[in-house]
Write a protein that binds this ligand. Structure first.
Ligand code: HEC
Ligand code: HEC
Ligand code: HEC
Ligand code: HEC
Ligand code: HEC
Length: 179
């Protein structure tokens, strides 16, 4: 797993010393806290993370969901990955302080899952072959570049799986998708 996208971002954005007068920076930060606070109310997650904002900064899906091209699960990034940037960026913001508190306690952020199957459906899904076959994330998850915290934008059922498997000549054996 590679953090290179995140490191490239940090190198590109670290402020040069004395680039901004400190008090001006504090005033700007205060303004951002005020505007930030207004948009937080809709979140039912422990932290008001925004996909839209982070992707607008140039981050790729794989920078955070770093197993999607190599493993069965795409994975949710650990709090340590957030802290690669948030030890430096936005440290005075209430939502970012919460991230630092989880990290300081050595706890992961308890994100609520959005997608997944009932245990009794006995489904096995694997991201990697789909990403390698160039099936876009958006085909199965909708346009996450415009989302704040994730919403279920696409329903996953046997019909949606099989329709595409038929079209693309992928396996339709029961054992491909079921234990
Ligand atoms: C590659 C760097 C980077 C990574 C990784 C990153 N962020 Fe950010 N994030 C930023 C930057 C830069 C901002 C804007 C900070 C500012 O406005 O001062 C930001 C803003 C935020 C804000 C909004 C703060 C506010 O109130 O305006 C939240 C919340 C946030 N990030 C959560 C997270 C979480 C949770 C993670 C981990 C899953 C994460 N971020 C990972 C760079 C990053
Ligand atoms: C062919 C459809 C499909 C594609 C393409 C796909 N996903 Fe998924 N994704 C799923 C399904 C189905 C689940 C639920 C899997 C489960 O719970 O077993 C899921 C779950 C997830 C999760 C939850 C955590 C996890 O690992 O289970 C994340 C995050 C995620 N996908 C991100 C991505 C990203 C990023 C991409 C593109 C790089 C992507 N997905 C491409 C179908 C897809
Ligand atoms: C800076 C890190 C970061 C980036 C970049 C990122 N995500 Fe996420 N993603 C998260 C976090 C944190 C969560 C858990 C909070 C939530 O549900 O929004 C999440 C949740 C998700 C989920 C819901 C998974 C589930 O079942 O709960 C999907 C789907 C997803 N992301 C897809 C994407 C796609 C597609 C992209 C690229 C367009 C992307 N993400 C880019 C951090 C990121
Ligand atoms: C938009 C098209 C599309 C959708 C939707 C889709 N798949 Fe696939 N699936 C593919 C393609 C293409 C492959 C790769 C075939 C290959 O590598 O030869 C694949 C491969 C797989 C594999 C690996 C098969 C193997 O031989 O290793 C599994 C498991 C799988 N899909 C399960 C699912 C499940 C479960 C769903 C529904 C939740 C789903 N797929 C939805 C296109 C899709
Ligand atoms: C390409 C993937 C795929 C293949 C192939 C597939 N299924 Fe499914 N199947 C699924 C998914 C995904 C679900 C779960 C739907 C849900 O949770 O809503 C499911 C659900 C089911 C259910 C309902 C389980 C429940 O508790 O709701 C049955 C029964 C089932 N499949 C039987 C089969 C049989 C029999 C075959 C072979 C003829 C087969 N499936 C082939 C993906 C697949």
């Amino acid at each position: 797993m590679s953090d290179s996208g995140v490191y490239k971002f940090i190198r590109g954005r670290l402020p040069r010393p004395c680039a901004i007068h400190a008090s001006a920076a504090r005033a700007l930060a205060f303004l951002l806290v005020l505007t930030g606070a207004l948009s937080l109310s809709a979140a039912d997650q422990p932290i008001a993370y925004s996909h839209k904002k982070h992707i607008a900064m140039g981050l790729q899906c794989i920078d955070c969901h770093s197993m999607a091209d190599i493993g069965p699960a795409a994975t949710i990034p650990s709090v340590a990955k957030c802290m690669l940037c948030h030890a430096t960026f936005g440290t005075d913001k209430p939502e970012v302080k919460k991230i630092a508190e989880y990290a300081a306690k050595g706890r992961e952020i308890p994100w609520q899952r959005v997608y997944g199957f009932e245990k009794q459906a006995l489904v096995k899904f694997n991201h990697a072959p789909h990403v390698r076959a160039k099936v876009e994330c958006a085909t199965c998850h909708g346009d996450m570049t415009q989302a704040d915290t994730a919403q279920k934008l696409v329903n996953h059922n046997m019909g949606t799986c099989l329709t595409c498997h038929r079209q693309k000549g992928a396996s339709q054996d029961c054992a491909t998708c079921h234990y």
